[in-house]
Design a protein around this ligand. Structure first.
Ligand SMILES: [Fe+2]
Ligand SMILES: [Fe+2]
Length: 270
């Protein structure tokens, strides 16, 4: 069994320091096998914001796998936005924009879905689809659970919020689920969600699990408190625990717990 902590949308520059401190303590106590962060480390891609985000990551357990979000690309500095959009991210966070983590039970692949030419939206690049496929091929024959980490959701499970999903989206989910991705971890919407893809599509007789994390530390919440996810991962069962900020208690508490079981046709809600 592997324990994976999934954080997203930290937004340093617009954080609540009390939440940040509690998050650090909570993640350390969980002692996960991997911390995955699905982007938006900063509010406006400023150096000070990246420095604070870097310091926070350095205080969390390792190993870590991180990908950038649209807020990690400068919005107002047009020169940087188009000529070096991820310069700050590369300098302060990591130069590795194609991260992966592989052990006998877990294959986790991160992909950069940010774009200079759109404000909120993103996309998965063709060459990234190719790289992901090659890594999946390498994992053939292993029973490791395959996880893809990206900032932008590939699909929009929240009715009425049709913005900011990755393009190509649903088609990429279909293809990658067919090719072996078990879990998609994303953020961006600041809304917590977990569900099997089979609810929305029939993917070649297979289904994966889509997990979205809310914002872990930003004061810019969308109708729900700060939150993050803890995944307990086995080949037969994946448990997704939503940890939710309790402002009265100044701590994160376990909220909804969702169980998924694996059958011949993929993952389904238990
Ligand atoms: Fe965000
Ligand atoms: Fe975002």
């Amino acid at each position: 069994m592997r324990t994976l902590v999934h954080l997203s949308d930290l937004h340093f520059g617009r954080i609540d320091p009390i939440v940040v401190d509690a998050l650090r303590d909570t993640v350390r106590a969980i002692a996960p096998d991997l911390v995955a962060v699905s982007g938006d480390f900063t509010q406006r891609a400023r150096s000070k914001q990246f420095t604070d985000a870097r310091r926070f990551l350095d205080s969390l357990p390792t190993p870590q796998l991180i990908v950038p979000g649209n807020h990690d690309v400068p919005l107002h500095n047009v020169f940087a936005r188009f000529f070096n959009p991820l310069g700050g991210y590369r300098h302060h966070m990591t130069g590795d924009l194609q991260p992966h983590f592989i052990d006998p039970e877990l294959v986790v692949i991160g992909t950069d879905t940010t774009r200079s030419f759109t404000i909120g939206g993103g996309g998965i690049r063709r060459r990234e689809l190719h790289r992901i496929r090659e890594l999946l091929k390498d994992a053939n024959g292993s029973s490791a659970v395959r996880v893809l980490v990206a900032h932008h959701p590939f699909d929009e499970p929240h009715a009425g919020k049709a913005f900011g999903r990755a393009r190509p989206g649903a088609e990429a989910v279909e293809q990658l689920a067919c090719e072996g991705i078990d879990v998609f971890l994303t953020g961006h919407l600041h809304v917590t969600f977990a569900g099997p893809t089979a609810k929305r599509y029939n993917i070649g007789g297979r289904s994966a699990i889509v997990v979205e994390a809310g914002t872990a530390t930003s004061t810019r919440v969308r109708g729900e408190p700060n939150a993050f996810n803890v995944l307990r991962i086995d080949r037969e069962e994946i448990v997704v625990e939503h940890l939710v900020w309790n402002a009265g208690a100044h701590s994160f508490a376990k909220g909804e717990v969702q169980r998924f079981t694996h059958a011949a046709d993929g993952w389904r809600s238990a």
